[in-house]
Design a protein around this ligand. Structure first.
Ligand code: KG4
Ligand code: ZN
Length: 353
């Protein structure tokens, strides 16, 4: 791979409820514009039809803003990268169609990107504050749709060695938040209240899985629901509001339980593979609990840990652009028959169990 050529890539991300467009110069981000869709919060989750419609409204202005912020004319671009999947079909189709039209109109190569691979490769965006992980490293990929431990051997070779059997960790945060009456997405709110509470105030059981590297969060969610219902009922008898009076402690205890589950699995994965370079990726890697636990593990278990910059943790197009850049160098282009793929697997090989 030659990295000498100067390459400008425009990248589009529209897999869920954020419309994002970025412009990269090689591995440097010149702009990374994200339009969030507020509309979903009152429904307690993403409504696919509304997401797709909002992407259609947002995409043209967001592309214009990204180009203007990068101070780049569209004729200076070398390629268009877009999220092919996984994600919501209606949302993915907006970005995919727009990317194809733009590539065709400008006569540029088209590059398809897997969203989960992009979360991982966000670590390779040029940054003053963060160092890039050396290969091989382990990446704990934690988002609203996925929970995986991935062994990353190079930019394009990744192997899932553990994953969730039911809910993703982001869902565990969001569903717990919903039980507590918090708005969607509840993960960041649990994090906020957790920082004011006692993490050992309440105890929740850790779910068991057959394979030591797999995760399961649906039992935890049910456990939290039962615990809350029971305590609400009891406190009502005394004329008190259990959630209101204990919100910080409940959030701190939920977060502590989830972070302990994640850390135990990571320690097991490190033990099994002998790899001590550990990264996190995906929306939940914004969580202060997991960030602190990883930093402590540097001292306690001798890991070197890699935590992405905050703006590249939740969904964004800069991470699509960095994969686009490496695929551009490797000449991995698509023709115009390419389409979105809601259930796209990374070119990842599932670990044989
Ligand atoms: O990667 P992402 O932006 O979208 C998906 O691809 O799913 O992840 C979104 C998820 C949501 O479940 C959200 O609640 C969670 O990330 N999240 C957090 C935090 N920030 C975002 N969960 C816990 N603590 C946070 N600080
Ligand atoms: Zn994501």
């Amino acid at each position: 791979m030659s990295t000498k050529k100067s390459t400008y890539i425009l990248a589009i991300e529209s897999s869920c409820d954020d419309t994002s467009v970025a412009v990269l110069h090689n591995d440097k981000v010149l702009s990374n514009v994200v339009a969030n869709q507020e509309i979903h919060s009152k429904y307690g989750g993403v409504v696919p039809e509304l997401a797709s419609r909002a992407h259609q409204q947002n995409i043209v202005p967001v592309v214009h803003q990204a180009l203007a912020k990068a101070n780049i004319d569209k004729n200076e671009l070398h390629a268009i990268a877009f999220t092919k999947g996984p994600g919501l079909m209606g949302s993915l189709l907006v970005g995919t169609s727009f990317a194809k039209s733009m590539a065709m109109a400008l006569g540029l190569p088209l590059i398809s990107v897997n969203h989960m691979q992009a979360h991982i490769l966000a670590h390779f965006i040029d940054s003053k504050n963060q160092s890039k992980p050396p290969f091989p490293f382990l990446c704990l990929t934690i988002s609203g749709g996925h929970t995986q431990i991935v062994k990353v051997t190079n930019y394009f070779s990744m192997e899932i060695i553990g994953e969730t059997l039911d809910d993703a960790v982001g869902e565990a945060f969001d569903k717990s938040a919903k039980i507590l009456g918090l708005s969607y997405p509840g993960g960041p709110l649990i994090d906020k209240y957790a920082q004011l509470g006692n993490p050992t105030a309440f105890e929740f059981t850790h779910p068991k899985t057959k394979n030591k590297l797999d995760f399961s969060f649906s039992g935890l969610k049910t456990g939290i629901l039962r615990f809350i219902q029971k305590n609400i009922k009891e406190s009502r008898d005394f004329g008190t509001d259990f959630i209101k009076e204990n919100l910080n402690d409940i959030c701190a205890s939920i977060q502590y339980t989830i972070v302990s589950i994640l850390m135990n699995k990571l320690k097991e994965a490190s033990k099994q593979t002998g790899i001590k370079h550990i990264a996190i990726a995906g929306g939940v890697s914004a969580n202060s609990g997991i960030r602190n636990a990883l930093m402590n593990a540097e001292k306690q278990v001798g890991w070197k840990t890699y935590i992405p910059e905050f703006e590249y943790t939740t969904d964004n197009a800069a991470m699509i652009g960095i994969v686009g850049y490496y695929k551009f160098l490797d000449k991995q282009f698509e023709d115009l028959s390419v389409t979105a793929s809601a259930r796209m697997k990374i070119k990842l090989r599932k670990h044989q169990k």
